[in-house]
Design a protein around this ligand. Structure first.
Ligand code: ADP
Ligand code: XUL
Length: 540
């Protein structure tokens, strides 16, 4: 019998899942989550992010993630599990965020003092106090500079899987190197959140995996190596500051002395960490092509496995490496859970009264539409935030609840078309996937059966399954991915949400009107009022 630990360092929390595998017996033996704002008020974060006067910048304190890792290990130590059976650990982290370390880190990583908290030992190793994260959209200038230097957006997308995006690590590194050249010069190593936390566990610099490497705009998707033209165009001397890239199944080391002595943990294998979306792909069981998953977390993401990298020529989506060695297509929306919460709170609702509002309003909302851009949006690119309403009274609680949910689902359906997947079923995950009324709108908009999954946190589950896969591979037991995920990711057939044909027809018509509103709001389409009125009157 063996235990496998999966950690997920997301925007708002750190969570952990321990899987027990004993032949055919498979179960979740431990689950825990630590919300950053509540657990570590000393860092002053809100939803895990440092307050900023500029809505386009977003950063988090890396030491907060380190503190959370220690608290989680304490919880594990007290869990009552026989941790001598802990075979392997892997992890998932919010993608794109970067951590900057000075030259002292390399030696210090191997000799942490188990008598002292880790964060205070990491503090002197940081060449930058904060880590820019995926919510940052302040680097449009740097994106343009990088694209121009490598021969344009299509050239960058063909090589790295994405045109330049503001939150991707390359643009963030470039901005830092321009604004703070001496701190950049003092930076010896730049890690992603995933490879930073993996490094702490093994006590030396850990490599990145191709799944998270492809969220940098710096990795050649075909060879899974850094692409010199992108690296050279991003910042001086960058090649020497990047860790190597290793396959997602690589055992990058064993749990270092620090964790063994401080928490009584064994020298378990540590498998390369990856991004939360690649981990979720495994955690929702998408180890084959032909299905979509939607994660309703802090960000909303639509993703699916791809055997071949079909890069989005429209520049909306991304192709990342998948933990299975294949590829994954993904489109990301920043105004996810926090936008839903904003409407919930604005009208003094709970999730249950929010759902009641959804239940008493008709599909299509009588042609009242919201473009929910509370924060700068990633898809489509909206750098100046502001909610846009069409025919919708800002004071109408029921109308706004339906409009935020419908707007988000229609945007997801519209902007995932490039993946060319015929969607007949969707695996739903993330915090808001607990809400069946939201999932019903998803089923009706996509015309697909929506399944909830037995384990809610697919990123942490995916990380634990990757720990299982990586350590089995290292032991010479090549277990097929279908066998790895078996028993943990089967969608709950009971309670699957089917699309209603009448509501589905309504959305098939409305999605074009939604697209027209979006084009108008972005300044490249005519006023959609007539189309909205026609849609509404056809339903009177
Ligand atoms: P992360 O992406 O940070 O891992 P989670 O997947 O844990 O986030 O999702 C957290 C979000 O889930 C919260 O911000 C909250 O808005 C949302 N959530 C939790 N329960 C519900 C619910 N019943 N209905 C809608 N949203 C919910
Ligand atoms: C994906 C993205 C987000 C983050 C945070 O490209 O930016 O989904 O991974 O969860």
């Amino acid at each position: 019998m063996s235990f496998y630990l999966g950690l997920d360092s997301s925007t708002q929390s750190l969570s952990a899942i321990v899987l027990e595998v004993d032949g055919d017996l498979r179960r979740v033996a431990f689950e825990s989550a630590i919300a950053f704002d509540e657990a570590f008020p000393q860092y002053g974060t809100r939803h895990g992010v440092l307050p900023s006067g500029d809505p386009t910048t977003a950063a988090s304190p890396p030491l907060m993630w380190v503190d959370a890792l220690e608290v989680m290990m304490t919880r594990l130590q007290r869990s009552g599990l026989d941790l001598r059976r802990l075979s392997a650990i892997s992890g998932s982290a919010q993608q794109h965020g970067s951590v900057y370390l000075n030259a002292r880190a390399t030696a210090a990583f191997g000799s942490f003092d188990p008598g002292r908290p880790l964060a205070e030992q990491i503090r002197p190793l940081l060449s930058r106090d904060v880590a820019p994260i995926w919510m940052d959209s302040s680097t449009s200038v740097e994106c343009a500079e990088i694209e121009n230097a490598v021969g344009g957006d299509q050239a960058l997308a063909q090589r790295t899987g994405s045109r330049a995006f503001e939150r991707f690590t390359a643009a963030q590194i470039r901005k830092f190197s321009k604004r703070e050249p001496s701190a950049y010069a003092a930076t010896d190593r730049i890690h992603l959140v995933s490879s930073f936390l993996a490094s702490l566990l093994v006590g030396r610099h850990a490599p990145m995996d191709p799944g998270d490497g492809s969220g940098t705009n710096l990795m050649d998707l075909a060879s899974c190596e850094w692409w010199p033209p992108a690296v050279g165009s991003t910042a001086p001397g960058l090649a020497a500051k990047l860790p190597p890239i290793a396959r997602a199944s690589t055992v990058v080391g064993t749990l270092s002395e620090y964790w063994q002595r401080r928490f009584g943990l064994p020298a378990a294998n540590v498998v390369a960490w990856s991004g939360d979306n690649p981990c979720s792909l495994v955690g929702v069981g998408l180890v084959r092509e032909g299905r979509l998953a939607i994660s309703l977390g802090t960000s909303d993401t639509v993703f699916g496995l791809m055997r071949e990298p079909r890069v989005d020529r429209t520049g909306t989506g991304h192709v990342f490496g998948a933990p299975t060695g294949d590829y994954m297509g993904l489109t990301c929306f920043k105004n996810g859970s926090l936008a839903r919460e904003q409407i919930r709170d604005e009208f003094g609702l709970s999730w249950s009264t929010f759902s009641e509002s959804l239940r008493r309003t008709p599909a299509g909302n009588g042609g009242r539409i919201m473009l929910p851009w509370f924060e700068p949006e990633i898809t489509p690119t909206v750098l100046t935030p502001g909610v846009r309403r069409y025919g919708l009274d800002p004071g109408d609680a029921d109308g706004n609840v339906r409009a935020v949910v419908e707007g988000q689902q229609m945007a997801m359906a519209l902007h995932s078309r490039w993946m060319q997947v015929t969607v007949d079923s969707i695996h739903a995950t993330g915090g808001a996937a607990a809400n069946r009324d939201i999932l019903q709108v998803m089923a009706d908009v996509f015309g697909a059966v929506v399944y909830q999954l037995p384990v809610g946190n697919s990123a942490a589950l995916g990380a634990a399954l990757r720990a299982f896969h990586g350590s089995a591979t290292a032991d010479g037991a090549a277990i097929a991915w279908d066998d790895i995920v078996r028993g943990f990711v089967e969608p709950l057939a009971q309670g699957a949400l089917s699309p209603d044909p009448v509501r589905r027809a309504t959305y098939q018509e409305l999605i074009d009107v939604y697209a027209a509103c979006e084009a108008h709001a972005l300044g490249h389409g005519p006023d959609p009022s007539t189309r909205l009125a026609e849609f509404a009157s056809a339903r009177d």
